[in-house]
Design a protein around this ligand. Structure first.
Ligand SMILES: Cc1ncc(COP(=O)(O)O)c(C=O)c1O
Length: 400
């Protein structure tokens, strides 16, 4: 069976409010099953993890299930799945833990394409360690960040390269596997920001060979938390600051304080929901996820292509993302209109497409949009052609 967007939409209570949601890159809407899992966890007997009581075993099971679910989603090892408050918090934590091994003269590479959450933690950790920051710059005309762009910033002193799986501003999807090979050939580690990418494509962290891959369930129909995947052996080499009595085992070593059981149960529910989006012959959850997310990708890309073509045909509209491999994310402005005003006008018509640089400050400045950015339109599993028609009609009205 193919992708039935009408059936998918019935599972999202928020859509009954009537808005056309193109704000998924900032955070997706949530299906009923995720909300129910969060509420059920909070209202069932729950204790700290343990094996004595029903409520202890429930907490323990939720943690195990959530690691297994994220491992299936990312093609990673469940023993290397770390939960945190957000990707930003996890990246700050990992930057500090990794920087313990850096010294003056070492180098760290960040990219001009990245969200600030995969830039500033590394820049600040490098400054604290006396390490040098080098920049991988992308092509302003094509929006591409190539392997050569990354290679130019590598040296024998490179300790770590931080690069995005997909730009939340321009949609650009760099060739992660090729970049990983170049980074590993230089003897460095690769930290991938998978926040924007994970919502839009099947992911295989093992095939990418990323050393660290961070993402955020609230971008892929789940609750507000962050997740990092790494090989358990890689995690075992790091010594984050931690409390004396807290466990030193991996991955718990990195999870400070009591875990958010309700958000972890919600994350499992989101992964299960994603795995059922396009039912087919696939058996295990991992296989089902690959099938479903491939169907989601096709659905979203079709909507993106229709939207992009129509926007490109409007004289007053300028589109900014041009990479060959892109997520279904469009960035545009309208001549003689400031983008914040366009977003307000769209909102008045029930079309949620915000304007800004969305914390992707470096790419926004790099392509000349400064800190104000432009209007962003993101497709999600629940987006349908009626949403697109509403968006295009509203943009047309504003532009003329
Ligand atoms: C590409 C990208 N990276 C990182 C982040 C930060 O994620 P979090 O809110 O989980 O810290 C975002 C959030 O918008 C994002 O889009």
């Amino acid at each position: 069976m193919g992708y039935d967007v009408a059936a998918v939409r019935t599972r999202f209570p928020a859509l009954a409010e009537g808005a056309a949601h193109f704000d998924g890159p900032g955070g997706s809407q949530v299906p009923d099953a995720v909300g129910e899992a969060v509420a059920r966890t909070l209202t069932s007997g729950i204790s700290n993890r343990g094996q004595n009581t029903v409520s202890e075993r429930r907490a323990d099971g939720i943690v195990r299930d959530a690691r297994a679910a994220m491992a299936d989603l990312l093609g990673a090892d469940a023993g290397g799945i770390v939960f945190g408050r957000s990707m930003t918090q996890l990246t700050y934590d990992f930057s500090r833990a990794l920087a313990k091994g850096w010294s003056a003269g070492d180098e760290v590479v960040v990219s001009r394409l990245d969200h600030d959450a995969n830039v500033r933690p590394w820049v600040q950790a490098a400054a604290a360690a006396g390490a040098t920051v080098r920049w991988a710059e992308f092509d302003r005309d094509t929006s591409e960040l190539s392997v050569a762009d990354v290679e130019r910033a590598l040296s024998k002193r490179t300790k770590l390269v931080a690069v995005t799986g997909a730009s939340n501003l321009l949609g650009t999807r760099p060739d992660l596997r090729a970049i990983a090979d170049a980074v590993h050939n230089a003897g460095a580690l690769l930290y991938v920001d998978g926040v924007h990418l994970t919502a839009h494509a099947p992911i295989d962290v093992t095939a990418i060979t990323a050393d660290f891959y961070a993402c955020s369930p609230y971008k892929f129909l789940g609750p507000h938390c962050g997740v990092l995947a790494a090989a358990p052996a890689t995690l075992d080499q790091l010594r984050p600051d931690k409390l004396l009595p807290s466990t030193d085992v991996v991955p718990e070593r990195f999870e400070l304080g009591t875990l958010p059981y309700e958000l972890m149960a919600g994350t499992t529910a989101a992964v299960d929901f994603l795995s059922e989006l396009a039912p087919g012959d696939a058996r295990g959850r991992r296989e089902k996820l690959v099938t479903s997310l491939t169907a989601v990708e096709e659905h979203e890309n079709e909507l993106r292509d229709v939207t992009e073509k129509a926007l490109a045909a409007m004289d007053a509209v300028t589109l900014y993302g041009h990479a060959r491999e892109r997520t279904p994310t469009l960035l545009f402005s309208i001549a003689a209109h400031d983008s914040a005003g366009v977003a307000r006008a769209l909102a008045q018509e029930g079309v949620n497409a915000p304007a800004g640089s969305f914390y992707a400050l470096e790419p926004s400045r790099w392509i000349g949009l400064g800190d104000a950015g432009a209007v962003r339109v993101g497709m999600a599993p629940y987006t349908d052609s009626s949403d697109v028609e509403r968006l295009l009609a509203a943009v047309e009205r504003i532009a003329t």
